[in-house]
Design a protein around this ligand. Structure first.
Ligand code: SPD
Length: 309
């Protein structure tokens, strides 16, 4: 039996029973032992920037998909889970939020969520790769709609360099919406970056960040949380199920000099339509961690101490 043919990262299979569907598959491989595959309707964009390969594909089950260097950054099916959690969990706990910075996030999904809060006066997008922004503007209009908000300021720069030059205590919110910690996204999980971010935040401010899968990347999650814990007085993990990401169980970090993700929950609503995923009850539930996630926290961490009977 002959195996599938590889063509530029896409797998082309022998003609299958589903007549009329192109036999083109996008596969994200995990350490050569797992492949998550989606059948592709159409390749909408393929490009190579000075930083990475960029692909936007239309798939059957997950809608449009953005991949950077062959790794799925979002699919239309479940991007709202990721973007609502990374944005609304911190926003709903801030007493005032005027200036926010999104580090990475070149697809615009996090901006779209932040743009729903009229109280935000300025939202800086510090994204290294302008080509990602341009491709998403054209091919992912539902995700990138926040780009047109007049409060958004684009800084096409390395996120770690950007955060270093931010005026101390000038930001109320930092969202680290990076790629996986390889390639250009690797600096965004370093201790120096978190310490610079802590300096840039107002005392009542919050940082939220995507922190990979406790199931698939346990040691990476553990390292990230120990670094964030050296930069911030209060760090908490929260999680959601995101089927497009390896392991599906996805973790996020909430870090702050003094705010608490549950005690400071205000449940204030943004001005537009209801959320598609986030609810205040879900906010609370997201901080109840499964055992595999608790295993990524250091002994003595308050969630770990409370988490296991
Ligand atoms: N392996 C998936 C990691 C995704 C991290 N960032 C996604 C960007 C979406 N705005």
């Amino acid at each position: 039996m002959s195996g599938p043919k590889e063509e530029g990262g896409f797998r082309r299979e022998p003609v299958s029973a589903q007549a009329g569907m192109p036999d083109l598959w996008f596969g994200e491989s995990f350490q050569g032992v797992v492949s998550f595959e989606l059948r592709v309707k159409e390749v909408l964009y393929q490009g190579k920037s000075q930083y990475q390969d960029i692909a936007i594909l239309d798939t059957y089950q997950h809608g449009r998909l953005l991949a950077l260097d062959g790794l799925i950054m979002l699919t239309e099916l479940d991007e709202s889970i990721y973007h609502e959690m990374i944005a609304h969990v911190p926003m709903q706990t801030l007493s005032h939020a005027r200036r926010a910075a999104v580090i990475g996030g070149g697809d615009g999904g996090t901006l779209r969520e932040l743009a729903r809060y009229p109280e935000l006066e300025e939202i800086v997008l510090a994204e290294i790769d302008e080509q990602v922004v341009n491709a998403c503007r054209e091919f992912l209009p539902g995700v990138s709609s926040g780009f047109s908000d007049p409060r958004v300021k684009f800084e096409f720069a390395d996120g770690a360099e950007f955060i270093k030059q931010v005026k101390p205590e000038s930001l109320d919110l930092i969202i680290v919406d990076g790629t996986d910690p390889v390639g250009p996204g690797a600096v965004l999980v370093g201790e120096e970056f978190y310490k610079d971010a802590a300096l840039a935040l107002h005392e009542g401010g919050v940082l939220s960040a995507q922190t990979e899968s406790p199931l698939y990347h346990g040691s990476v999650v553990r390292d990230i949380f120990s670094r964030v814990g050296r930069a911030f007085a209060n760090t908490f993990m929260f999680w959601a199920v995101i089927p497009s990401y390896p392991g599906s169980m996805w973790s996020f970090c909430y870090a702050s000099p003094c705010r608490h993700p549950l005690n400071d929950l205000k449940s204030r609503r943004p001005d537009k339509e209801d959320f598609s995923y986030y609810t205040p009850e879900l906010h609370k539930a997201a901080f109840a961690l499964p055992g595999q996630a608790l295993d990524c926290l250091a002994p003595g961490h308050p969630q770990k101490e409370k988490g296991r009977p």
